[in-house]
Design a protein around this ligand. Structure first.
Ligand SMILES: [Zn+2]
Ligand SMILES: [Zn+2]
Length: 293
């Protein structure tokens, strides 16, 4: 049975983590329980597929889609938060982009710094990659989004807001009648405008996926200005915004499984519904109605 078939029958929004690491892949034994691939989160809603970011976790997601589609066309909306390596590095290795002209991928991101089409062309340019984008048979559409709310069909509304990160990063709120998911990674606390943005995105959400790269003490001691957050700020956001569950995400490359376990234990002293994102982890969300804010 495919994940898609399960999601249709259960009537749920289902979320699966394919890459949870920040900055760079870390395929080291001491990291493998949480995982070494960089940012990629899949969301299934009825028969629709949404993806947040295309880090190295995007490659195994592509393998799964090839496996379950059995040659049928694959269609997905893909939201790219920004163009740092850990959010785009999986694109040239995503099989369904090469497989078929029937596949269609609709990319959404801000082109304030560069268009995603150009980013993809540049990352596959000689001598950095052996083939160029002309090898990709799938139909690719690129939509430029800025802050605000955009309906995607009848089922889903996406809200995007800027976060506090070098060269910018967008946070996304996906609303549907089954629930509300917020994907807000790569965000440094302490700026009044962006602090407000992330709380507005998270308001009343069922699940908040949030940047917890550093320990609070690491951040204070030597990581100010690096564009990332910590679990204690994640707790502040859920408590101030009324979000229900916090998923700590974008784990630091130097944080091994033992340290992340410790972070989760500590965080639960402040708020009970906290988990750390792990590769392969799946969660289901079901609400009677979307949360308005
Ligand atoms: Zn990142
Ligand atoms: Zn970044």
């Amino acid at each position: 049975m495919t994940i898609l078939a399960k999601s249709v029958r259960m009537g749920l929004m289902r979320v699966k983590f394919w890459g949870v690491r920040g900055s760079t892949p870390t395929p080291q034994p001491e990291n493998l329980r949480y995982g070494g691939n960089t940012s990629c989160v899949e969301v299934r809603l009825k028969d629709a597929l949404y993806v947040f970011d295309c880090g190295t976790g995007f490659r195994p997601l592509g393998q799964q889609l090839e496996h379950e589609s059995k040659g049928n066309p694959v269609l997905a909306h893909i939201f790219v938060s920004h163009f740092h390596w850990d959010h785009i590095q999986g694109i040239p290795f995503f099989g369904p982009l090469y497989d078929s002209a029937e596949n269609r991928f609709i990319f959404h991101c801000s082109s304030r710094t560069r268009s995603l089409k150009r980013v993809m062309e540049e990352q596959m340019a000689s001598p950095y990659f052996p083939v160029d984008m002309s090898e990709m048979k799938a139909r690719r559409d690129f939509y430029d989004i800025e802050e605000g709310r955009v309906p995607l069909g009848d089922e889903v509304t996406i809200e995007a807001m800027w976060l506090n990160h070098p060269q910018g990063c967008m946070g996304f709120r996906l609303e549907s009648k089954h629930g509300v998911l917020v994907y807000a990674t790569d965000n440094e606390p302490g700026d009044p405008i962006f602090d407000k943005n992330v709380r507005k995105l998270a308001a009343g959400a069922d699940v908040l996926i949030y940047d917890a790269q550093y320990l609070p003490e690491e951040y204070e001691a030597r990581k100010r200005g690096w564009g990332h957050s910590h679990w204690r700020e994640g707790i502040n956001i859920v408590m101030e915004s009324g979000a229900k569950e916090l998923i700590l995400f974008h784990h630091d490359p130097d944080h091994d499984d033992t340290l992340i376990d410790k972070v989760v234990r500590e965080a639960r002293n402040y708020y009970p519904r906290v988990r750390a994102a792990a590769e392969g982890m799946e969660i289901g969300i079901e609400q009677a109605a979307a949360q308005a804010h």
